[in-house]
Design a protein around this ligand. Structure first.
Ligand code: SF4
Length: 345
């Protein structure tokens, strides 16, 4: 298997796509942590050859809209977060820009139907002060075709449609108020309009290995996919899944690695349930090369982040995580930058 993996690097970069059967075999073989190094090594070599040592820093702002999905997704408590006041969006973006940020992801909630007017308004408020920021949007599946056209006209560069899981039964069970079909439609509509696509895949909702591989293969059909974030189910208090076991960290890491082999040119990043202690494992498993270095949020920063937080007034906070990220990145010889110098498309 190791010899096969060694010879795969060149093939994959030359667009000899890994097959479903190959992916399933490699993924299963890496289920034992002691046997995962060949897969991790191949994924990391592929990442290095595609992206080099540069790491692209960007930022998030959230939530920009209330989540109106009901019933709530069973793993989520984020819908409780206080929404950023409309009148504070520009100040939050300006604070990020002042620290060097050039790209920001504006994050939902979602609702059944479209959130076109709310998202367009948020972008217009940020653009009103002439800020030169690349903007991406993530409001679940809640953007219509007309909204996408308006966002394109406003210069928005990217749209997220996170499928979470492509196992329809699991999606319906744990996201009973949400629509997998709407999220798939958004991926297709956004690609058709030339947006960069970002998606999110959650590990640990009960999906099988084959579901995960099929998920990645479905994403591979979207040529515009540029960013994939892999999250790890972690139980949240006061949610229906509070008693469910956290997804194994190794399971998350081997998914990062197989995603790299299936999607060699896609940036594969951290997502919910994955803390910064997992950065070395993410890198070893072929993750890269983009990280959220900062965020503007309404939640009061926890004690361990208080020294990194800048209060922006009206209970809005900017948290700059660069010191935490660079404790690892510098030692690994990686070079973070706000400039997206390594465009691997
Ligand atoms: S759509 Fe679901 S996961 Fe997203 S904020 Fe709403 S309840 Fe949470």
């Amino acid at each position: 298997m190791e010899r096969t993996l060694d010879s795969l690097d060149e093939d994959l970069l030359n667009d000899r796509a890994l097959t479903r059967d190959e992916a399933l075999v490699l993924y299963a073989a890496a289920a034992d942590p002691d046997a995962a190094e060949p897969l991790f090594g191949a994924a990391a070599r592929l990442r290095d050859r595609g992206f080099g040592k540069g790491v692209h820093y960007m930022a998030t702002m959230a939530p920009i809209l209330a989540c109106a999905i009901k019933p709530r997704c069973e793993y989520c408590d984020w819908w409780r977060a206080r929404v950023i006041q409309r009148g504070r969006l520009a100040a939050g973006a300006a604070a990020l820009s002042a620290r060097g940020v050039r790209r920001v992801l504006l994050v939902g909630g979602s609702r059944d139907g479209d959130y076109d007017d709310g998202v367009v308004d948020a972008v217009e408020r940020i653009r009103a002060d002439g800020l030169d920021l690349d903007i991406e949007i993530n409001v679940g599946g809640s953007l219509g075709a007309a909204g996408l056209d308006r966002l394109r006209a406003l210069g928005v560069v990217g749209v997220t449609a996170s499928l979470e899981t492509v196992n329809a039964a699991i999606f319906a069970r744990h996201k009973p108020g949400d629509s997998l079909a709407a999220r798939r439609r958004l991926l297709a509509d956004a690609q058709q309009r030339g947006f960069e696509l970002r998606s999110i895949m959650m590990i640990g909702l009960g999906e099988a290995d084959a579901d995960r591989i099929d998920h990645l293969l479905e994403l591979r059909t979207h040529a515009g996919l540029r960013h994939l974030m892999i999250s790890r189910f972690s139980p949240r208090a006061d949610t229906p899944l509070a008693e469910r076991e956290v997804a194994a960290l190794h399971d998350w890491a081997r998914t990062v690695a197989i995603a790299r082999l299936l999607l060699p040119r896609v940036r594969i990043g951290l997502a919910g349930g994955v803390d910064l202690a997992a950065l070395p494992l993410w890198h070893r498993a072929g993750g890269g090369n983009q990280l959220f270095a900062m965020g503007v949020h309404t939640a009061e920063p926890p004690p361990e982040l208080r020294d990194l937080a800048q209060p922006l007034g009206d209970r809005l906070y900017l948290v700059d995580r660069r010191p935490l990220l660079e404790a690892f990145l510098n030692g690994a010889g990686l070079r973070p930058s706000f400039a997206d110098a390594q465009d691997c498309r």
